[in-house]
Design a protein around this ligand. Structure first.
Ligand SMILES: NC(=O)c1ccc[n+]([C@@H]2O[C@H](COP(=O)([O-])OP(=O)(O)OC[C@H]3O[C@@H](n4cnc5c(N)ncnc54)[C@H](O)[C@@H]3O)[C@@H](O)[C@H]2O)c1
Length: 387
């Protein structure tokens, strides 16, 4: 088995999760890492036995022994740094959401084509047993004509940083672009877009909210100015619709997980990882729970290599780098997800439904990049985006 050598940029919370995923895959070695904070970088490298440390990602990109570079940075850094990775001729894996705006995501999408490299976005919820099962049911016609989907995500009180978990950058438009829809909504929307075969978006409406009180000191430190609740309605071509409800924080009972509805049957995901199928049997309304775990186990025993390639995002990516499977087009799915989220923000701003073309025309870059001042201090400035 060919060894796959990875460089990683950013050694924060998500980089630790990536390391754990890579450690589970045979023949993957993370050989180089980069972070602006030397102590953090050093701890990370010592913990995972990573040989080479870099303070400047551009130096890491000069290496000629990497199969891919993994970008684990704040959202508004995804575009400039992923594009630099791809311009250096290296395959690029980037965290979700794809970027801090649709315009930035589109520039990344085009860069992958321009530089002819492999490019992948972390969309964790398009893999695993329930999604494989849902896709099989849809492909085999168990739902019939599909006309509606619900993209739902719920936290009762889980805003990053101000409610405890994660760093302050999640809450600031400057670093993250937006809030709950970008952070969690991306997983649920992209899962449905993948299962629905990436339908073309026509019109979007929606609203965003930040209403609930929070720890005032943490609000000040993080400069909290993003949504804690996002909701929307998307109209696709051929009459398909999707409603969206994504909460970091709300006074209310848990929402049901996402679902897909067709003329012959419906699919309901569950927080527990179960998949339910709703249909009619001999005139009776029926609710079937699919034993996803057992079938997943059986298929993994019968056909381990191919099943493992759809187990999670990293396993899929490594399989793609080794040429073991065709790549799920995550850049296209992630770009469409960005279009939908940005449509909700634009609709909220204009107080009306917007078209996909309007979102595309009005989207602007949110990207930032770091620069050194004459005094050796590192500051971030608006990225001078050229596409
Ligand atoms: N925290 C989570 O649970 C989680 C989950 C899923 C996805 N994500 C995504 O992962 C990304 C990063 O989030 P995080 O929680 O790991 O953030 P984090 O703040 O924990 O880590 C980001 C790291 O990047 C470093 N950094 C910033 N600019 C840099 C530069 N120019 N060069 C090198 N290093 C630089 C920072 O010093 C920091 O160590 C975000 O896009 C987020 O949406 C996070």
């Amino acid at each position: 088995m060919r060894e796959i050598r990875i460089g990683i940029i950013g050694t924060g919370i998500i980089a630790h999760q990536h390391m754990q995923m890579y450690q589970d895959i045979e023949g993957v070695r993370v050989v180089a890492a980069c972070d602006l904070i030397p102590q953090k970088l050093d701890c990370f490298c010592k913990r995972y036995g990573i040989e080479f440390q870099y303070a400047d990602y551009r130096e890491l990109l000069k290496r000629d022994d990497l199969d891919a570079v993994d970008v684990c940075l704040h959202n508004n850094l995804h575009a400039p740094i992923s594009i630099d990775v791809m311009a250096s001729g290296k395959n690029c894996y980037c965290e979700k959401p794809m970027a801090g705006s649709y315009a930035d995501a589109l520039a990344m999408y085009k860069a992958a084509k321009r530089y002819g490299v492999k490019f992948h976005i972390q969309l964790a919820m398009i893999y695993g047993g329930e999604v494989i099962a849902a896709k099989k049911l849809i492909d085999e016609g168990y739902l019939g004509h599909i006309y509606h989907a619900r993209s739902y995500g719920y936290r009762r009180r889980g805003r990053p940083f101000v409610d405890g978990y994660a760093e302050k950058e999640f809450n600031s438009q400057y670093w993250a672009g937006h809030g709950a829809l970008y952070d969690m909504g991306v997983y649920h929307i992209s899962q449905l877009l993948y299962l629905l075969d990436l339908p073309k978006v026509e019109r979007i409406s929606g609203s965003i909210y930040q209403e609930m009180p929070m720890d005032e000191e943490r609000r000040r430190i993080s400069g909290f100015n993003v949504e804690e609740l996002g909701l929307g309605l998307v109209k696709f071509e051929n009459g398909l619709t999707m409603d969206i409800l994504e909460s970091w924080s709300i006074h209310g009972a848990p929402f049901p997980a996402s679902s897909i509805h067709g003329a012959q049957g419906g699919l309901q995901f569950a927080q527990s990882g179960q998949l339910k199928y709703y249909s009619e049997i001999a005139g009776y309304m029926a609710e079937t729970t699919l034993d996803v775990a057992s079938e997943d186990y059986r298929q993994t025993q019968l056909n381990p290599p191919s099943r493992l390639l759809y187990k999670n995002s990293q396993a899929h990516w490594i399989g793609v780098l080794r040429g073991e499977c065709p790549q799920i087009d995550t850049p296209a799915i992630a770009l469409q997800t960005m279009l939908i989220s940005e449509g909700i923000f634009l609709s909220n701003q204009l107080k009306r439904e917007v078209s996909a073309e309007e979102v595309q025309a009005l989207s602007v870059s949110n990207a930032i990049t770091e620069q050194e001042t004459p005094f050796g201090e590192l500051v971030y400035r608006k990225y001078p985006f050229q596409d």
